[in-house]
Ligand binder design. Structure first.
Ligand SMILES: Cc1cc2nc3c(=O)[nH]c(=O)nc-3n(C[C@H](O)[C@H](O)[C@H](O)COP(=O)(O)OP(=O)(O)OC[C@H]3O[C@@H](n4cnc5c(N)ncnc54)[C@H](O)[C@@H]3O)c2cc1C
Length: 398
C-alpha cells in the first residue's frame, strides 16, 4: 500500500512505525522539520537541561526501516481528486492513503504586542531566543529582570514557572551575578491554576508553586505587551521576559482547504468513526476533533488505531471503530515533585515525579529506538552550559 504521512510528530511518526512493520507498505513521511520534537520536556530544555531530552532526528528514528522515506518539506496544498499534496518546495506527493498530523500553531488571541514582545517554548528557535536573552541579561549585562512572567497556568505554564526560578539562580551562580530576588510570576485568566485538572490538584499545585517562590495571579487578563511592560488587568508589570504558553489553535492548512476538510466547532477537523476526514484521508492527533485531542497519548493512540485499521483493510477485514481513551496527566512542578491524575486517582510529590520519569521513558520508546530513548531519558539529568551562543565559552568563570 502506498501511504503518505504528513507531520513528523507524535501521530505521524507512530503511524509510520506501526505501518512500516508490514514490508509491503511503501511509506513516505513528509515533515517540515528534520527532528521529532518531544513536547513534554520542552520546559526542561528551556530551563537548562540537555537538548537531547526533547529532539531526535527523524533519520535516526527510521534508520532501520527500508520502506520509509523521509522528506523535509512543508505541505501547503491538497487535491483530493488527483490524490496529491503539494509542498512549498514545488514537489507534488502522490498518495493512495493520506495521513495528516501537522499539529497546532501558536495563537496570541490578537493581544497587542504579545507576538513581538513575548517568548514561546514550542520549538528549538523559541527556546534558543529565550535562553539567549537570559544569557545576555545575566552573563553580559549582569543584572536580573524585574519580573519573569509566564502567561498561562496550564501544564506547560506550571511546569515552566516552577523550573524557571531555579534555572535563573543557577545562571547567576555560574556567572557570579548577585541574585537579590528572582521574581517569577504566573498569570492566568481562569480562576485557578491547571483549570482542566481537579480543584484539589489546583490547590496542591498552587501551594507547591508558592513554596518554590512563584507568585501566582489568577483571574488576570493580559491586555497588551511592549518592550518593557506587560499590562495585566489594567495594571503594568515591569518585565522584558514574558513567556506565552497559553494559546494554540489548529493548523490553518485545514481551514484553508474547505473543499476537503470540515471544521468542528472547536476548530479541529471533523472525522468519522475511523478518523477519516474524507475518503482515504485520515486526520490524527491534535488536528482531529476527538474527545481527548491535544495530548501526546491521544496522538499515539490515534496513530495505532489507524495503522491497525489499514492493516485490516489490506487483509479484507472490517475496520474497528475508534474508541477514545482518557489519557493520564503527569505534570512536574519543580524538582522531584509531580502530580499524576487519572480518573479518580491522584498522586502528588516524589512518587508522582517517579511515575512521570517512567512515563517519559515509555513515551520515548513509543517513538524512538531503544538506544536513543535511553539517551534522551538520561539527558534529563544533564545540565547544559551551552546557552546557544559561542561567546558563552569565553565567558565561563569556573
Ligand atoms: C510545550 C508543550 C508541552 C506539552 N506537554 C505535553 C505533555 O506533557 N503531555 C501530553 O500528553 N501532551 C503534551 N503536549 C501536547 C502534545 O505535544 C501534542 O498533543 C502532540 O504533540 C500532538 O501530536 P501531533 O502528532 O498531532 O502533532 P505534533 O507532535 O505537533 O506534530 C506535528 C508535526 O507536523 C509538522 N508540520 C507542521 N506543519 C507542517 C507542514 N505544513 N508540512 C509538513 N509538516 C508539518 C511539525 O513540524 C511536526 O513535526 C504539549 C504540547 C506543548 C506545545
Amino acid at each position: 500500500m502506498k501511504i503518505l504521512i504528513v507531520g513528523g510528530g507524535f501521530a505521524g511518526v507512530r503511524a509510520a512505525l506501526e505501518l512500516a512493520r508490514d514490508a509491503t507498505n511503501d511509506i513516505t513521511l513528509v515533515s517540515d522539520k528534520s527532528d521529532f520534537q518531544y513536547y513534554p520536556t520542552l520546559y526542561s530544555s528551556a530551563t537548562g537541561h540537555s537538548h537531547a531530552e526533547s529532539w531526535a532526528p527523524l533519520g535516526e528514528i527510521f534508520a532501520e526501516y527500508d520502506n520509509v522515506t523521509v522528506y523535509i518539506d512543508e505541505i501547503s496544498g491538497i487535491d483530493a481528486e488527483a490524490k496529491t499534496v503539494t509542498a512549498v518546495s514545488g514537489t507534488v506527493y502522490h498518495y493512495a492513503t493520506l495521513i495528516m498530523a501537522i499539529g497546532m500553531v501558536t495563537s496570541y488571541f490578537a493581544i497587542p504586542g504579545l507576538e513581538t514582545y513575548s517568548h514561546g517554548i514550542k520549538n528549538a528557535e523559541q527556546i534558543k531566543r529565550l535562553k539567549q536573552q537570559l544569557f545576555v541579561d545575566i552573563a553580559e549585562r549582569r543584572e536580573l529582570d524585574k519580573n519573569y512572567i509566564v502567561i498561562g497556568a496550564g501544564p506547560t505554564g506550571v511546569e515552566l514557572a516552577a523550573a524557571l526560578g531555579t534555572y535563573i539562580k543557577r545562571l547567576c551562580r555560574y556567572y557570579g551575578v548577585k541574585k537579590s530576588n528572582v521574581r517569577v510570576r504566573l498569570v492566568e485568566a481562569a480562576p485557578r491554576v491547571l483549570p482542566r485538572s481537579s480543584k484539589m490538584t489546583s490547590r496542591k499545585v498552587m501551594k507547591r508553586l508558592k513554596q518554590l517562590g512563584v507568585r501566582v495571579e489568577v483571574n488576570k487578563r493580559v491586555e497588551s505587551a511592549n518592550a518593557k511592560q506587560l499590562i495585566v488587568s489594567g495594571r503594568p508589570i515591569e518585565s522584558h521576559t514574558v513567556i506565552w504558553t497559553s494559546g494554540v489553535t489548529n493548523h490553518p492548512f485545514f481551514a484553508n482547504h474547505p473543499e476537503v476538510f470540515r471544521m468542528a466547532q472547536n476548530g479541529r477537523v471533523e472525522v468519522n468513526d475511523y478518523l477519516e476526514a474524507a475518503p482515504n484521508i485520515y486526520v490524527l492527533g491534535d488536528n482531529a476533533a476527538t474527545p481527548y485531542t491535544g495530548l501526546a497519548q491521544t496522538a499515539l493512540h490515534d496513530a495505532v488505531t489507524v495503522a491497525r485499521n489499514l492493516r485490516r483493510k489490506a487483509n479484507n477485514k472490517k475496520p474497528k471503530k475508534y474508541r477514545a481513551r482518557l489519557p493520564a496527566s503527569a505534570i512536574p512542578v519543580g524538582k522531584r515533585w509531580a502530580v499524576i491524575e487519572w480518573r479518580w486517582i491522584r498522586i502528588y510529590g516524589i512518587v508522582g515525579a517517579m511515575i512521570r520519569r517512567v512515563a517519559d521513558l515509555i513515551g520515548y520508546m513509543d517513538i524512538m529506538p531503544i538506544g536513543t530513548s535511553i539517551g534522551a531519558w538520561r539527558a534529563a539529568r544533564v545540565y547544559e552550559n551551552d546557552y546557544f551562543t559561542p561567546t558563552v565559552k569565553m565567558k565561563r568563570i569556573k
